[in-house]
Design a protein. Sequence first.
Length: 279
Amino acid sequence: MRTSESTTKKATGVLILTTFLLPLLLLTGVSTAQAATSISFTHAGHGKPGGGGGGSCTGGTTTQVTSTNWAGYAVQTCLNAPASGAVNAVQGSWVQPSVSCAAGETSYSAFWVGIDGYSSSTVEQIGTDSDCSSGVATYYAWYEMYPKLPVNLALSITPGNTIQASVHFIGSGKFVLTIQDLSNGKSFSTTQASKKAVRSSAEWVTEAPSGGSVLPLADFGTVTFSGCTATLGSVTGPINDAAWQNAQMTMTTSSNVVKASTSSLSSGGESFSNTWEHS
């Protein structure tokens, strides 16, 4: 795990270079108004530096950022000064993508919803993988209370099935993590505790997992997230709700080659797609 990253931000036409304590994540951002497994690895290890909102906490705005391991969306009360203890729930659905594997290829792609991790050191998350293991496509579900290692589930995952997942804070440091295959009705739920969770962000993410460094991203084609909502305080709303700010994340290599792109939000703010571009 790296302990620092240099991050550039562009806010009101001024380029700022700063150093932050970050594990395995590089982000840059421009604020805009939102209109209309043989390897032991983790699915998280991320942090969001302060800033990225152009110094403004105007709700309903989007900041475009890049990350070396995340694509998708995250929300916070304010991207440059997020409130702790704000996020109470996150949920979303996706159609499990079918992965394309070359002969002998080993690569990984994870899809999940979670609380924390965008600007904090823990993540409470649950999701699925579409991986290549020595050229063989593999699919499975898991949950993770990062920085603890993920726990793989016995729940069978089939490409093309619709997966729904959620994380709910229930008080006293406890979270209920639930995943359901809406195509066959099978589900899993667990209650886990984290003493360090700050509940400052909610996320809907396509990820290249990490095992000491960011692992190769499996070719998942395109995955569409839908029904994406979060509850911050007493407000439940879509990603672009006016009660908070959101970040649109594109996954890139360290040399800025796009690995996974992120579409704009749907008109209702609850849907978007990630598309594989590069391993």
